[in-house]
Write a protein that binds this ligand. Structure first.
Ligand code: COI
Length: 356
């Protein structure tokens, strides 16, 4: 059990009055969890303290070479007022794996979970009440050595912040339009596509901006070698229901192994669907669209939950999906997953961890 010092704020902020206007991660709670790392000393000084800016030397390593990593999770308030997390051990393990790739000393799984629980407990009043809202939790680690040599840092800060949030997309659960990116790439074998490092997201921003200007919510990334196979959307993994079967990219090093992704795959398999994790060519998806076999498309992610896709555009061609509406299976997946997360459905899979 991590020994955590708690220092509560003397000036709590006003909580959002209208939870229907929260948006995604725009305001943050009263506190943050912080823990330091120094070579020879390890992780130490775990604390929950008032939310405040960091003072960083302009030559701090993370500001230049982006040695950092983050996670995304949520805390949910049930109708009985209990606060719960969804599969936090999966995020904690992914964080350990990501630290390994980024040359960062891992935060042990149990300490990661203790840190998240401690912050949520102190700020539990910030977990919103309205249907569809939750407390978005952002654990992250940054390299804090000062100096401009490119090397693994000897000092780090691990921090957890949290933001009461509504839907990630302005569309909410309404279907979004996705642009298949044909010029830029997000990942390639041997790079960092499978870990949640900020650099992956920085590299995606330009393509995202261009797609947004054309009226799309996000881009769908193709593999970085042949630009032929679908990978992920950046803020979410993506799944295709074609002729009754479900397809999604395999997690072979260039795709983020999403916690929502694996949960949705488990649900689909429980319900008797064949789920194929492998290479799926965008040309075949478009062909299925033309033939009326592309039945449903949805994204999965902690922030995005289960997000229906109504249109895919690749090169100069667009295909429409499910008549612009949320598909039947997509809706069932959304209802089941959120039902478990908000405690409206029984947690038959042991996915829920109480914050007490
Ligand atoms: C999440 O779903 O938690 C993520 O980290 C995606 C992020 C880009 C909002």
């Amino acid at each position: 059990m991590l020994n955590i010092r708690i220092e509560k704020t003397a000036c709590p902020k006003a909580k959002p009055a209208d939870e229907s206007k929260l948006g995604f991660a725009k305001i943050f709670t009263d506190h943050m969890f912080v823990m330091d790392y120094a070579e020879g000393k390890g992780w130490h000084d775990a604390r929950v303290v008032p939310y405040a800016p960091f003072a960083l030397d302009p030559a701090t390593a993370v500001l230049h070479y982006a040695q950092e990593l983050f996670e995304g999770m949520k805390a949910y308030r049930t109708a009985e007022g209990k606060i719960q997390l969804f599969r936090p051990e999966c995020n904690a393990q992914r964080f350990v794996d990501g630290c390994e790739r980024m040359g960062i000393p891992p935060v042990p799984v149990e300490d990661f979970i203790d840190a998240v629980k401690a912050l949520v407990k102190v700020d539990e009043e910030w977990v919103p009440h309205m249907d569809g809202t939750s407390l978005y939790i952002r654990p992250f680690v940054i390299a804090t050595d000062v100096g401009l040599g490119v090397h693994a840092s000897k000092n780090y800060i691990f921090c957890v912040i949290a933001a009461p949030s509504g839907a990630y997309y302005a569309e909410g659960i309404n279907p979004v339009k996705i642009y298949v990116e044909d010029e830029y790439i997000r990942a390639a074998p041997g790079l960092t596509g499978a870990v949640k490092c900020g650099g992956n997201y920085a590299a995606s921003i330009k393509a995202g901006e261009l797609a947004e200007k054309k009226g799309y919510s996000q881009v769908l990334w193709l593999d970085g070698v042949e630009k032929k196979y679908v990978e992920e959307v950046g803020a979410m993994n993506i799944m295709f229901k074609i002729d009754g079967k479900i397809y999604t990219a395999a997690c072979n090093g260039t795709v983020l192994p999403g916690v929502t992704r694996r949960s949705i795959i488990e649900l689909c398999r429980d319900w008797g669907y064949e789920v194929i994790e492998g290479k799926l060519a965008i040309a075949d998806i478009m062909q299925a669209g033309r033939e009326g076999k592309l039945e449903e498309v949805w994204g999965t992610g902690t922030a995005a939950v289960v997000s229906p896709v109504k249109e895919l555009t690749w090169k100069d061609e667009s295909v429409q999906i499910s008549g612009g509406k949320i598909g039947e299976l997509t809706q069932k997946l959304y209802d089941t997953l959120t039902g478990i997360q908000w405690g409206k459905l029984p947690d038959t899979k042991g996915w829920i961890v109480a914050v007490d």
